[in-house]
Write a protein that binds this ligand. Structure first.
Ligand code: FES
Length: 184
């Protein structure tokens, strides 16, 4: 029985709110997001979960990432621990299908700092050791061993509307190879 955020004996829950005013989304489970908030501690299943309505993403401009804040909470017995995480959604092509968007995990593969987006330079920059990435997450310079880690995204119906679904994953840092860390 582990104590880390990846312990198999815990269920993880997400609460998501969009920074910058597109929508407020709360609830979730299994290291993913959900729209209708379950009661805290209630599981709604694992796998891809709805992140944001496509209607809200229609206006997303190419190469201008949208920042979402995620609360990942893990229940350990009666105790609920929460950690805040960010994800970025970037439009990388025209269209309204999943291939038009990329969802990026902002945790730097060098040493695990949270990567910021610098709008004036239109690039992601890691505040710790200066790794830089294009707005689609491709590394351009610095010590990060790989591009920003993409999260699996898809579009599916949710409450009668198309939504962008995403699966949150943590990845091993310090390696060129991209490896998922632990379970949900
Ligand atoms: S942690 Fe990002 S460059 Fe070192």
């Amino acid at each position: 029985m582990g104590n880390g955020p990846d312990s198999d004996d815990r269920r993880n829950f997400l609460r998501i709110s969009v920074i910058g005013g597109i929508a407020v989304i709360t609830g979730g489970v299994g290291a993913v997001s959900a729209f209708i908030p379950p009661k805290l501690g209630e599981s709604v299943g694992e796998g891809p979960q709805p992140l944001v309505p496509m209607l809200k993403l229609g206006a997303l401009v190419k190469d201008k990432p949208l920042k979402l804040q995620i609360s990942l909470s893990a229940r350990d017995g009666w105790r609920l621990r929460t950690r805040e995480q960010l994800v970025y959604i970037v439009r990388i092509a025209d269209g309204e299908d999943a291939a038009a968007f990329k969802v990026l995990n902002p945790i730097c593969s060098h040493a695990g700092c949270t990567i910021d987006y610098h709008e004036k330079d239109a690039q992601f920059v890691c505040p710790c050791h200066g790794a830089e990435f294009k707005s689609d997450g491709t590394k351009t310079k610095g010590p990060a061993p790989r591009d920003m880690d993409p999260l699996e995204a898809s579009i599916a119906d949710h409450n009668g509307q198309p939504w962008l679904f995403v699966s949150w994953q943590d990845f091993v840092i310090g390696t060129e190879e991209r490896t998922v860390r632990g379970g949900a």
